[in-house]
Every structure is written in structure tokens, then in C-alpha cells.
Design a protein around this ligand. Sequence first.
Ligand SMILES: Nc1ncnc2c1ncn2[C@@H]1O[C@H](COP(=O)(O)OP(=O)(O)O)[C@@H](O)[C@H]1O
Ligand SMILES: [Mg+2]
Length: 151
Amino acid sequence: MAWPSELSAWTNGLTTYSGEETERRAYELAACLPANTVLTLSGDLGTGKTTFTRGLVRGLGVTGDITSPSFALLNTYQGARQILHVDAYRLKDPAGFDDLLIWDLVTPPWNLIVEWPERVASKLPPDVWAMKIKVVANQGHHFVLQLPTQA
Ligand SMILES: Nc1ncnc2c1ncn2[C@@H]1O[C@H](COP(=O)(O)OP(=O)(O)O)[C@@H](O)[C@H]1O
Ligand SMILES: [Mg+2]
């Protein structure tokens, strides 16, 4: 399976200039995200990981509040798919990821979205979709997507 061509904007790198623009672009990306995949979001605090997730999760058909799981660590949503949104920032030890029982909870079709994946790298599969986010000039937020190598 070839990745949809719409993904090239993300893999080439795209810059947004407001939270709304990030949400809108992430909403559109949802159509290209295959079920049963992990998407990691790497970037400093305030780069837009949760804002991006809000748009993506809405794009997957979820309505209602989509908030940061920074205290709960895990939020789950049910749209056309089951969506698990993890914020691993407060996990000092990757073993804490096991306590969330993610791999016991998932029922296909699902997507797992992970903020601060560096904290739990050893617990994630090798074939993740990896988004890197940085704040750049003129208050731009720059997103680059790395796709897993295809078999
Ligand atoms: N281009 C942009 N993309 C994403 N967020 C932006 C952008 N410009 C401003 N913001 C603001 O930056 C903040 C990002 O917060 P958040 O998404 O919680 O970041 P993180 O989860 O990475 O800590 C929000 O208040 C958002 O409105
Ligand atoms: Mg966040």
C-alpha cells in the first residue's frame, strides 16, 4: 500500500500560524491515518501537541471536549475508531506506561496518540508515525511527519 499523496505536505514539513490552523490541518490528516497505528507527537511544552490531537480526534469523528491528558495520563474516545491519547510527560519510568493497560484496552479499529513518546520509547512498537514539532520564526509551529518504512 502506498501512502496517500496528501501526506507529502506533512512529510516535507508544514508550518501553521495559529492553533485553529493546526486543528484544521490535523482534522484533514485524520482521513490519511490508517487504523491500528500509533502516532507519536514530539516537541517542547506548548508546541501544539494537544492542539493537534484535538483536530485529529475530531477528524476521526469524535465530538465534545478533547483535553490534555496531562493529569489523567490517558484519555479515551470512541468515534469511528477507538482513540487512546496518552501524555507521558509525567512518567519518569517507562514501566508506568504498562500501568495504563493500553495494550489490554485496544480494540480494533484503534489509534494511539502519544505526547512525549521519548519517555516510553521502549514500550512503543517500531512502526510508529512520528510527528516532530518546533516553534519557528514569526510564531510559526512547524510539523514534520516521519512515516514508518513500508514492508
Ligand atoms: N500554530 C500553532 N499550532 C498549535 N498551537 C498554537 C499555534 N499558535 C499558537 N498556538 C497555541 O499554543 C498552545 C499550544 O498548547 P498545547 O497544544 O497544549 O501544546 P502541547 O500539548 O505541545 O504542550 C495553545 O494555546 C495554542 O492555541
Ligand atoms: Mg499537551
